[in-house]
Design a protein around this ligand. Sequence first.
Ligand code: ZN
Length: 359
Amino acid sequence: MTFSDSQFFFKDKNLISVLENSLLEKEYSLTFSSQYKIYYLLRPIIPIFVRQFLQKRKDYGEIPENWFMENKLFPKLTELTQGQEFEIPYFWKDKANFCFVTTHDVEEQEGFDRIAKIADLEEELGFRSSWTLIANKYKIDKGLVKDLQNRGFEIGVHGYNHDGKLYFSKSTFDKRAKLINKKLAELGAKGFRSPQFHRNLDWIADLEITHDLSTFDVDPFQPLPGGTYSIFPFIYKNYVELPYTLPQDHTLFVTLENVSSEIWKQKTKWLIRNHALVLLNTHPDYLETDKKLNTYLDFLKYLKNETNGMWKALPQEVASWWKFRDSFSRGEEKNNSGFSQDSVSMIKFKFKKDGLEII
Ligand SMILES: [Zn+2]
């Protein structure tokens, strides 16, 4: 069994195996077809407008209108558990109603150059975000990195050079993992996110990280579609996995040509009802117009004004909390996480088709 029994607080082997299949995306093929490999080999010489044309023409198959709300895991768990009640440590510290994390992948130099402005605007609204930077693609201004970290932002690493080949073979990954680890240390970073959301959670375990951000609950628009259907973090091997739970800006703004925060708000309401992790990923590269940037800021204002009991956290804080909650529940004495034992409370819940019912 890959997951520790204690992590889910269940003993039932069937239940754990349903969770494992879902979290590790066993129903999806996360490997590359030869056609796909050829595309990425030729990608550097394909002009950007041709790439965008190909992306737009891409056939995503039948996608339901409410694709971003789809969850295949809860109906399965509901059927399997038949109203059974479970007692577990509550998800968030100090009984926070839900947890919000905002992250940005920085794709190009223009994106990097836009960080300072966006970070200022977030700070004015009382938010701090995580910026994942590509190890070897554009010039990383170390002064800005230090300044952001001093102001409470987080820096992570977004792959080696974002050429789509990181997972083509284990030997490529191993070679690049060394360079990624070097960059993590150099930037004082503990978090990783794969380029293009290509992923192999076993390989990622070779990185010197405390958390990874390379999965999502549901997203049929990714180059490797699939989904963990998890709206909570989970521990895998030596690190905490934090799936994103809101559609990305590129999907909404570019693929679906829908520059609005309505979908984010709609899904957030459901996530809050389930006391879940609201994790958004946007790119400074795609917040290039006032309209797009304001759509993002409008969403932050909505969270601030319209929701209660939000824990605004960085990925590294969520990861260390999740590990603390896990060790607390196993009765481990050792506590150097900075969290107090009083910050954990117990709850009882049962599964229902569209989420959790707290009793
Ligand atoms: Zn990227």
